[in-house]
Design a protein around this ligand. Structure first.
Ligand code: HAS
Length: 556
């Protein structure tokens, strides 16, 4: 009986209107991913000294395209599409009309924003990289384009909130489904985080780039950027964690270990992701050391929900393995479905997060940061975290999500291609990110085009590693093109059929979830207090005792 009920729950299909909306977001994300991969290949080969880009194509324009498209466009579109699908799936199979309207409005706004920003980058008016650090000055239309991308994503969030509200209205007094709760938490975190970049872009960058004000307060603009920049990384990470907590148990034939632990870890992210931005500015003059210390302490606290997630995942793997008869300390390892790409791609990302997360903790130590800041180590760190952990989880999701949405199936042959794609991506990233970490320790700077520094012997000694990095980049490009091929296949050519949307059931031994874990007024108020404590004084101080403003410069 219970099995029949479980089978019925798993056969829920996302209905056509919701599937169309999710698919529009997911496919736009992968289109951006393909463009970013081409830019990545060109820039990797140029930086590794293997090719020379033509005069009309600046290294920095290609680098900006790669960073903006991979870090901001691919991720944001994919995340919103994934969330819409999972919210629909866990709240009955459809989205309320209001949620869909908000979703489509946001999608159009994001598309228009991306087109505007792209035109400016390609015209050579915005080679300011994905962090658009002042006083480098881009065309105002680049900033307006990125603002539209962000504001559009807010509407995606409002769509998720409105579906959540509708479910709560129809189920008074009940805790929301875990997936939906996680989508709401992540989009709430995103609303809080993007306030910083919205203020920077609208009040500082746009007026300055139009020439309405002659100078910009650089320190303030960077504070606002990093107010946004660190929670941005958790906006990337939390959808991957959603997959690990909710979808992964079903894929491996196990159960969700603890609903309460999962929710608690997401709430800790909502509370602690934002008041930590100064760990990106530890070497920036003008911020009093006490505030840097406070942000570093809070950074060490935001590591805790990731450690909780690691504990949870080991528990899920071990209990699933033991239920299948595994014995001994590590017997469960062999019971994992290693030949299922829905599992293998994300698990490779998970394993990469062990050194990736450790690297983050190294970055956050003040003295260690002096060694690695502004070196290519940091580029290695984020290729291990976002481009391996997060991206490989997104690949794993795409392999079942796209056929689910298009009414097709992931065939055994496609599964094999997927496994090869995941292995090539992981190998490419190991070579590329590994050499970046090592070169960073040797002092190789980040954000620079190829140079031998006038044949300086030290710089020449880096060249073999630059070559390994470029080789990794070539493998990554191959894996990216395979992924694009699979997306096309699964959308239009795979055999028609039913692909399960895997949703894990809560384990039998899990404790009941305390109600406080869904009290949004309490959670959001606490987050606001922490942000005020961490930022109010330094921001006011920076405005009152502002150094002379900077005029814009064009470094490219
Ligand atoms: Fe970071 C710079 C600190 C996590 C991304 N980071 C960056 C930048 C990016 C980025 C993009 O403190 C560059 C920005 C720029 O352009 O300048 N980072 C941290 C810390 C964490 C961290 C403390 N970062 C991330 C994540 C990212 C990301 C996640 C993207 C998704 N980061 C920094 C700092 C800087 C920085 C400084 C500035 C550096 C500078 O000077 O410029 C933590 O959140 C990490 C905690 C994670 C863990 C790992 C837990 C492990 C898990 C996996 C378990 C595995 C299992 C599998 C269960 C403690 C959950 C086992 C299975 C088997 C079969 C064995």
């Amino acid at each position: 009986m219970a099995e029949a009920q479980a089978a019925e729950v798993q056969s829920v299909r996302v209905d056509r209107p919701a599937a169309r909306l999710s698919l529009a977001y997911v496919l736009s994300g992968f289109l951006a991913f393909g463009i970013a991969a081409i830019a990545g290949l060109l820039q990797g080969l140029d930086r590794g000294g293997m090719i020379t880009l033509p005069k009309w194509l600046s290294y920095y324009a290609v680098l900006t395209t790669h960073g903006v498209y991979m870090g901001l466009v691919f991720t944001t579109f994919f995340i919103i599409g994934f969330f819409f699908s999972g919210v629909a799936r866990t709240t009955g199979g459809s989205l309320p009309p209001a949620a869909r309207r908000l979703g489509w409005f946001g999608w159009w706004m994001m598309v228009v924003g991306v087109i505007m920003a792209t035109i400016e980058i390609l015209a050579g008016n915005a080679s300011v990289l994905y962090t658009f650090y002042a006083p480098m000055k881009a065309s105002p239309y680049f900033y307006i384009g990125t603002a539209l991308l962000v504001v559009g994503s807010w509407f995606g969030g409002y769509g998720v909130f409105s579906a959540y509200r509708a479910w709560k209205r129809n189920h008074p007094g009940k805790m929301s489904p875990l997936f939906t709760f996680m989508a709401v938490s992540t989009m709430a975190l995103w609303q809080i985080a993007t306030i910083g970049v919205a203020v920077e872009v609208v009040l500082q960058l746009i007026p300055w780039s139009f020439g309405w004000v002659p100078t910009i307060n650089v320190l303030l603009s960077r504070m606002l950027l990093w107010y946004f920049g660190h929670p941005l990384v958790y906006f990337w990470l939390l959808p991957a964690y959603t997959m690990w907590y909710v979808n992964m148990p079903r894929i491996i034939g196990g159960k969700v270990f603890s609903d309460a632990l999962a929710r608690a870890s997401f709430i800790l992210f909502v509370l602690l992701s934002t008041p930590v931005g100064f760990h990106h500015q530890l070497l920036e003059p003008g911020i009093p050391p006490l505030w840097k210390f406070l942000h570093v302490m809070l950074t060490m606290m935001v590591v805790v929900p990731s450690l909780m997630t690691a504990f949870n995942m080991f528990a899920v793997f071990e209990t699933a393995g033991r239920a299948k008869g595994a014995t001994g300390l590590f017997g469960w390892f062999k019971k994992l479905p290693w030949n299922d790409v829905r599992f293998t791609a994300p698990i490779m990302g998970m394993i990469a997060f062990i050194p990736g997360g450790a690297g983050g903790i190294i970055n956050a130590g003040y003295q260690m940061n002096e060694v690695v800041h502004n070196t290519i180590w940091v580029t290695g760190h984020f290729h291990l975290t976002v481009a391996t952990t997060v991206a490989m989880t997104f690949f794993g999701i795409a392999y079942w999500l796209i056929p689910h949405l298009t009414g097709r199936r992931l065939t055994p042959a496609a599964n094999k291609v997927g496994l090869a794609q995941a292995v090539i991506w992981a190998t490419g990233m190991l070579l590329m990110s590994g050499s970046m970490h090592y070169m960073g320790l040797l002092g190789v700077p980040r954000r620079t085009a190829y140079t031998t520094y006038m044949n300086n012997p030290t710089a020449l000694s880096w060249m073999p590693l630059e070559g390994t990095m470029a080789l990794g980049g070539v493998l990554l490009f191959i894996a990216a093109m395979m992924m694009i091929g699979m997306v096309i296949y699964l959308t239009w050519f795979a055999p028609k059929g039913f692909q399960e949307y895997p949703i894990g059931e809560i384990g039998d031994t899990a404790e009941a979830t305390p109600r406080i874990l869904e009290r949004w007024p309490v959670i959001i108020s606490l987050a606001a207090v922490l942000i005020l404590v961490a930022y109010a004084y330094p921001v006011i101080d920076t405005m009152q005792n502002a150094p002379p403003g900077a005029p814009g410069i064009k470094t490219w």
